[in-house]
Design a protein around this ligand. Structure first.
Ligand SMILES: Nc1ncnc2c1ncn2[C@@H]1O[C@H](COP(=O)(O)OP(=O)(O)OP(=O)(O)O)[C@@H](O)[C@H]1O
Length: 318
């Protein structure tokens, strides 16, 4: 659906996107992740045609965005809903009027607008707030109004620019659940621009990690978090404290394997004791992913590693 190839973007002499090549599939929940200044917003603005790119290709539904004429661009943007960190609601308009706005601008009939806004209010769970003003709503409710407004023109793509960054963790989760529900119900492609790893873990199926305009990771979220490479660890700010003596082995539990009692089984079968240094389980995109660091004596290294290899487990020596 979205195909980006060797995309470069400069602001003057500064390169802010460097040779970006990614594909985003229809119906995917895709995260663009990076620290401040990484180029996330620039990439998003290139995707919705608000920003021109220097060279390379960016196609949405096989159309090169750069080549779109003014009226084509207007039509294209109709197909891309957007939500923002600070909701961008009009304070002097009610919830109904805010949601209705895009349809009014496109000249839809009154009855059509009424039906659509009511349906969307049910979808986002705000039927009772139809006549409220934004300042009478909580942050989470405001974002629900913004989501409803972004869906009025039945877009194929929903772009979320740090939409949960101003919300507390519980409200963030409820908004992310709503986005997931919308994604499943409407088969809408969702692109989340975020600096929050929790957002990525909770709903993204695939993620692009950007650092100073460069791709440092592009994979399914399970893969990215299951066995982070050096750059990813650096990105996550993870430092691994392990004992100096002996051999430290980190074992990764993919997807549904996490609860298998691999460690106890290995200890029993090899008749060895292991020190468990630390371990953690996380839910990533609905799957339980975990890893554990064990410390073994140098003399047992070969025996243990052979056992791990026989069991098709992902591991590394720290
Ligand atoms: N209009 C502009 N003119 C010049 N430089 C710009 C412009 N917009 C962005 N930049 C620069 O491009 C780089 C990427 O910015 P961008 O806003 O895309 O990053 P970001 O990852 O979205 O960061 P943040 O999370 O802080 O918004 C930054 O170094 C920024 O200073």
């Amino acid at each position: 659906m979205i195909n980006i190839k060797n995309l470069n973007k400069h602001y003057g002499d500064t390169k802010v996107l460097n040779d970006i090549s990614i594909d985003i599939k229809k119906g995917e929940i895709f995260a663009i992740v990076g620290h401040s200044g990484a180029g996330k917003s620039t990439l998003m603005r290139c995707i919705n045609g608000l920003e021109n790119y220097t060279n390379g290709s960016l196609k949405v539904n096989d159309k090169e965005i750069k080549d779109l004429q003014k009226n084509e661009l207007r039509e294209f943007r109709k197909n891309v809903g957007m939500i923002f960190q600070h909701f961008s609601l009009i304070q002097r308009k009610t919830v109904f009027e805010n949601i209705a706005l895009p349809m009014q601008l496109w000249g839809y009939k009154k009855e059509e607008i009424l039906k659509k806004v009511n349906d969307l209010l049910i979808l986002v769970g705000l039927e009772e707030k139809i006549d409220s003003y934004p300042n009478q709503l909580s942050g989470g409710q405001k974002q629900r109004v913004a989501i409803a407004r972004a869906l009025t023109l039945d877009p194929d793509i929903l772009l979320s620019d740090e939409a949960t960054s101003a919300l507390d963790p519980n409200t963030t989760t409820s908004i992310l659940n709503l986005l997931k529900q919308i994604n499943e119900k409407l088969n809408i492609t969702i692109i989340l621009v975020t600096h929050e790893m929790e957002v990525v873990k909770q709903i993204a199926q695939k993620a692009l990690l950007l650092d100073h305009g460069n791709i440092i990771g592009f994979d399914t979220t399970e893969e990215l978090f299951l066995k982070p490479d050096v750059k990813m660890k650096e990105f996550l700010g993870e430092t691994e404290v392990v004992p100096k003596d002996g051999i430290n082995i980190k074992i990764y539990f993919p997807k549904d394997n996490a609860f298998q009692s691999f460690i106890t089984k290995m200890a029993r079968e090899l008749d060895k004791d292991f020190n468990i240094v630390w371990g953690k389980l996380e839910e990533i995109n609905g799957h339980i992913i975990g890893n554990m660091v064990i410390n073994i004596e140098e003399k047992d290294k070969e025996l243990v590693i052979n056992y791990i290899k026989e069991h098709d487990i992902v591991w590394e020596i720290l």
